[in-house]
Design a protein around this ligand. Structure first.
Ligand code: NDP
Ligand code: GDP
Length: 348
């Protein structure tokens, strides 16, 4: 019989890659979307999944809505990708973030337990739970120390997922995913902000990229690879949690250099802290500037994941390298600028 999957957060980056993968695996895919004045369908369209996903209005703040959705669809697998996913915003909207990213997950777990506890559930946990890291690299055994309302809410949800597995014998798995990016990434995240802005600067010959902490280090991978890991976790006999990471880390400054490289631009860095600037070596123009407004009240300085468990048990490893990821994003953003598909200024 055809398996049914319900993906919450279907309009986001990961929703698109996971929908594509599950459709290719022969699943009937239901996409739970949050109602808004304009539904974000471009990612699903881009990936060729839009016409094949069945849409369901869905809101993680509404217990009864979740309950009715599960009763109606009767999915075999539920992938909970929905969240207020931006760390920066969570400092300004801590209550909303806690409600959706934390309590929202308990609502979903409780609804599954009520409707049919045999439904499997994937929870989108995050490396942000490691925050002020207690060990390098971070594995499934590393103690957590979240540094933002987002990280705290996700950690609560993570333990709830573990607790429902242990208390009610439910198949719940949490993927502790490190940062994963793609041409479908939201424009407010640093990687896409860099590739979209530098692509515009390279075409217009003017403009500046304003960033916060250039020294922060992240273990960046490709979203398509990471959704394959999420799928594999749900196909195991035993429900357990996995770190999903590339095992390499780079600074934000490294990412800028790599993106500039892909655009045939070389950056000359000078100055320190808020006075640091990056100049186009050829023209001498300032292309990167630090703006303290993008500094966070508490920062996660270094993330580096150890994906050994995923390699051993899931047979998973990241296929797309850091360099290929950056170049994929730059190429896509050049096309986006040329075709007028990007906003003319950053909203952040
Ligand atoms: P996105 O921000 O691209 O997508 C988030 C999705 O959640 C959107 O579809 C959004 O809908 C939906 N959503 C937000 N609030 C609600 C709500 N109240 N009810 C229902 N749906 C809601 O995130 P990603 O695709 O990048 O990430 C997917 C998940 O993985 C998230 O939970 C994120 O926190 C987590 N994660 C992501 C990592 C990454 O590097 N990408 C790393 C680790 C974890 P709308 O379109 O209406 O805004
Ligand atoms: P996060 O790891 O989930 O917070 O993903 P982001 O892409 O939002 O941020 C990654 C890192 O880049 C963090 O350490 C940020 O502080 C840093 N960073 C530096 N400048 C910026 C910026 O302008 N925007 C964002 N989003 N992050 C920035």
């Amino acid at each position: 019989m055809t398996k049914r999957a319900l993906i919450t957060g279907i309009t986001g980056q990961d929703g698109a890659y996971l929908a594509r993968l599950l459709l290719d695996e022969g699943y009937e895919v239901f996409g739970a979307y949050r109602r808004s004045a304009s539904l974000t369908t471009w990612r699903l369209n881009e990936i060729g999944a839009l016409d094949h996903v069945k849409f369901e209005p869905f809101e993680l703040a509404e217990y009864n809505n979740i309950l009715r959705t599960l009763t109606k669809i009767e999915p075999d697998e539920v992938y909970n990708l929905a969240a207020q996913s931006f760390v920066g915003v969570s400092f300004e909207q801590p209550l909303y973030t806690s409600n959706i990213d934390g309590i929202g997950v308990t609502r979903l777990l409780e609804a599954i337990r009520t409707v049919n506890p045999n439904m499997k559930m994937y929870q989108a946990s995050t490396s942000e739970m490691f925050g002020k890291v207690q060990a390098v690299p971070q594995s499934e055994n590393t103690p957590f120390y979240p540094r933002s309302p987002y990280g705290v809410a996700k950690l609560y949800a993570h333990w709830m997922s573990v607790n429902y597995r242990e208390s009610h014998d439910m198949f719940t798995v949490s993927g502790i995913l490190f940062n994963h990016e793609s041409p479908l990434r939201g424009l407010e995240f640093v990687t896409r902000k860099i590739t979209s802005t530098l692509a515009r600067i390279s075409i217009d010959g003017r403009g500046e990229l304003e960033l916060g902490n250039l020294n922060a280090q992240r273990d960046w991978g490709f979203a398509g690879d990471y959704m394959r890991a999420a799928f594999l976790m749900m196909q195991q006999e035993i429900a357990q949690d996995f770190v999903i990471a590339s095992g390499r880390t780079h600074s934000v400054r490294d990412f800028v250099n790599a993106a500039a490289n892909a655009l045939d631009m070389e950056i000359d860095w000078s100055g320190e802290n808020e006075n640091e600037v990056g100049r186009n070596k050829k023209t001498g123009d300032v292309v990167v500037r630090v703006n303290p407004k993008f500094w966070r009240p508490a920062e996660v300085e270094l993330l580096l994941g150890d994906p050994s468990k995923a390699r051993e048990i899931l047979g998973w490893q990241a296929e797309v390298s850091f360099e290929d990821l950056v170049s994929k994003m730059v190429v896509a953003d050049i096309k986006n600028v040329e075709e007028g598909r990007l906003p003319s200024r950053s909203l952040e």
